[in-house]
Design a protein around this ligand. Structure first.
Ligand code: ATP
Ligand code: MG
Length: 352
């Protein structure tokens, strides 16, 4: 059995956590008789310097052909304008590969403190191609307009098709989890048409899943409930911006961004990508927590039908995280990126 992933190092801490993730994924696959090959391409500032664009066409071709993609974080906020080659590689991949689902688990780990003292285990399932963000509704006209210098208007795109697709992802996931609950996040009391359509689509999918308990929660009340009692949440399904915001909140409740894994997928492609950005403040210092991206590659492997290597990675990651001496400073630990990675590799070798 063999697999081939495209690996894109990105900016900031990207090269450090991608290198760690590659090593861990290759070792876990090998432990299950799977040969994982990696095609490495440059994106971000490295690609800009060499090819005049942060995401060259050769990378797009490789992405379309890849079975899976490991995407390092990128410093797109610091890129030059699009006309000078500064595209956001993450956005370009998301749109061209039609990655409509962004799956963001927030799970606390044994031995890692959480801000509320509660153990949490939830997954935010976020619609990824439409909503309020201007770059995601361009094809219906500019997503934001400024009729006068003192008036700005943002538009929000919601379709029945994508709302149904994201709801199907959420309910399928809930059915595989012990608690089988879905919280549907909305603000249909004020955004009657757009959140109304989203709710209607989710309710139709819910009707096909009678074994899953559903509750509809206003987004503001969801933010409060997450802090008051994060244990009541299992799967959360949300439109793009609500999902973006609540998933950062959930990640923090679970222990921090350094643990925040995510998978972006569509019908044909899937991308492992940490929830956080490129963390330029700690780049190159061997301080970045690789757990976010390592957890993401485990999700990618499970998504592609390889639960064995995925489970091996998660168990080894949990073991490293449990001990302050083998986890990174963001989680109150003393280990560097490389030492933590070495510990994870040792656990994989022992499990073998
Ligand atoms: P960007 O502009 O790329 O989003 P940022 O400066 O906003 O970069 P984020 O990556 O979003 O940085 O991170 C916010 C904070 O969390 C930073 O202080 C960063 O150091 C920290 N952080 C993020 N990811 C990690 C990680 N994997 N390990 C340790 N600390 C992290
Ligand atoms: Mg950021």
């Amino acid at each position: 059995m063999s697999l081939r992933f495209l690996s894109l190092a990105g900016d900031g801490i990207g090269p450090e956590i991608v290198a760690a993730t590659e090593e861990v994924a290759v070792a876990a696959c090998a432990a299950h008789g799977v040969t994982l090959a990696l095609d490495r391409h440059e994106i971000g500032f490295a690609a800009l310097a060499r090819h005049g664009t942060t995401i060259p066409e050769a990378v797009m071709a490789a992405a379309r052909a890849a079975q899976g993609i490991i995407l390092g974080p990128v410093s797109h906020n610091a890129y030059p304008p699009v006309a000078e080659g500064g595209l956001n590689p993450s956005g370009v991949l998301r749109k061209s590969l039609q990655l409509y689902a962004n799956i963001r688990p927030a799970r606390s780990r044994p031995g890692v403190p959480t801000p509320t003292g509660h153990a949490v285990d939830m997954v935010v399932v976020r619609e990824n191609l439409e909503g309020f963000y201007a770059d995601r509704n361009m094809h219906m006209g500019p997503g934001e307009v400024m009729p006068t210098p003192d008036l700005a208007i943002a538009m929000r795109k919601i379709t029945r098709e994508n709302s149904t697709a994201i709801a199907q992802s959420a309910f399928a996931l809930a059915e595989r989890r012990p608690r089988k609950r879905v919280a549907v996040i909305h603000k249909a009391n004020v955004l009657r048409l757009s959140d109304g359509l989203f709710l209607e689509a989710v309710r139709a999918v819910a009707a096909d899943h009678p074994g899953v308990a559903v509750e509809e929660i206003l987004v503001d009340s969801a933010a409060a409930l997450l802090v008051r009692d994060p244990t009541r949440f299992d799967v959360i399904v949300a439109t793009n911006m609500y999902g973006d915001i609540l998933s950062d909140l959930a990640a923090e409740l679970a222990g921090g961004l350094g643990l925040a894994a995510s998978l972006n997928h569509g019908a044909t492609h899937a991308v492992a990508q940490a929830q956080h950005g490129s963390a330029p403040d700690i780049a190159g210092q061997d301080r970045a927590n690789p757990g976010s991206l390592i957890g993401s590659v485990a999700m990618l492997l499970a998504h592609l039908g390889h639960p064995g290597p995925a489970d091996t990675i998660m168990a080894a990651l949990d073991a490293a995280l449990a001990n302050p001496h083998t986890r990174t400073p963001d989680l109150g630990g003393t280990a560097g990126t490389r030492a933590m990675t070495r510990t994870i590799l040792d656990h994989i070798a022992q499990a073998d």
